[in-house]
Design a protein around this ligand. Sequence first.
Ligand SMILES: NC(=O)c1ccc[n+]([C@@H]2O[C@H](COP(=O)([O-])OP(=O)(O)OC[C@H]3O[C@@H](n4cnc5c(N)ncnc54)[C@H](O)[C@@H]3O)[C@@H](O)[C@H]2O)c1
Length: 359
Amino acid sequence: MVRVRVNTSSKDYQIEIETGLFKQLPQLFKSRYQGRRLALISDDRVFGLYGRSFVQELEQQGLETVTFVFPEGEQQKNLESLKGIYQVLAEASFTRSDYVVALGGGVTGDMAGLAAATFLRGLGFIQIPTSLLAMVDSSIGGKVAVDMEQGKNLIGAFYQPDAVYTDPSLLTTLGDRLFSDGMAELIKHGLIRDKDLCQRLETLGSRSRITEHLDEIISVSCRIKGAFVEQDEQDTGIRQILNFGHTIGHAIEKVQQYNGLTHGEAVSVGMVHITRITERLGLTKPGTSQRLVGMLKSFNLPVVMPEISIEDLVRAIRIDKKSRSGLINIAYLREIGDCGLIKWSFEELEEHLFAQLEN
Ligand SMILES: NC(=O)c1ccc[n+]([C@@H]2O[C@H](COP(=O)([O-])OP(=O)(O)OC[C@H]3O[C@@H](n4cnc5c(N)ncnc54)[C@H](O)[C@@H]3O)[C@@H](O)[C@H]2O)c1
């Protein structure tokens, strides 16, 4: 078992990572949460795979459990589903000593977390991430939210979990494209802070070869994200380094109306393009973007800008990054394992993007 501690000003918690941990959870929960009620939140796919039997086992251990199951997909991360969770909690007369348990990917974790943050002004909150993206990224750091028609994650809060239980063996049922999606964030963590992790990923180089090392690799990734969260829980400074590749990535997702590249794929393209730009400007060690491309390709991530107009891309960045000063913080690599922030005006970013993409 690997334990990663995340010590923030609002909560001090542990991420426990171990292949096979999920099977042990009913007993572990009995010892840790006896007398508390649990509200298990899952989408229908994850509930069918893991949730139903988990609830039965929790009940066999004497833990009172209610469930809220919603249809899978980002479209369900909305106020209607959130209301559904509140109703379940209210009908079961949950009190502040009870727990919301998110069993699922980032959609489940974000929405369950917002319910936990707001119902009675704060219930206990446990994350059991089941997608790679949730294991290395969304289950850590306390950003919880739902979407609106007008945009993603518009209603949210910072609310750290009390505990995170991560079992990499749950990933055996995750499809390849979603696995790669999570790899984009995992690779990003190496790129911004840990050249040894990058070397390890380069050596292993594919899903099949990484599988038996997932406990170790996921823990390293969690430690990196956790350290940024500890330093800057509210995302006003250094935590913005975690946005490496995201300025361009978010814009691609937006231009494609969230129907094209997945989030991780868009971030992959974003990381490559920003690194090519900063390499041309002499801010990044030569050869970095080439290494980055190799790493991303080996995990089936795209590195080429999709067929979208640069004007649309730039417009989307302007909308996404509204800023009074007209300056935006861009995370960039000095070299593999070392990332900094630089402030550019929109005009500068546009100019660099045009120069790079028209080349
Ligand atoms: N809070 C944060 O810091 C943060 C960070 C990054 C992303 N996010 C959010 O995370 C969401 C994306 O996360 P996601 O990709 O996990 O989405 P998701 O929760 O929709 O999961 C993706 C799909 O994988 C399925 N799935 C999950 N685990 C599975 C498993 N073990 N086996 C088989 N299928 C499985 C789900 O049913 C779903 O269909 C977005 O809403 C994004 O905004 C949040």
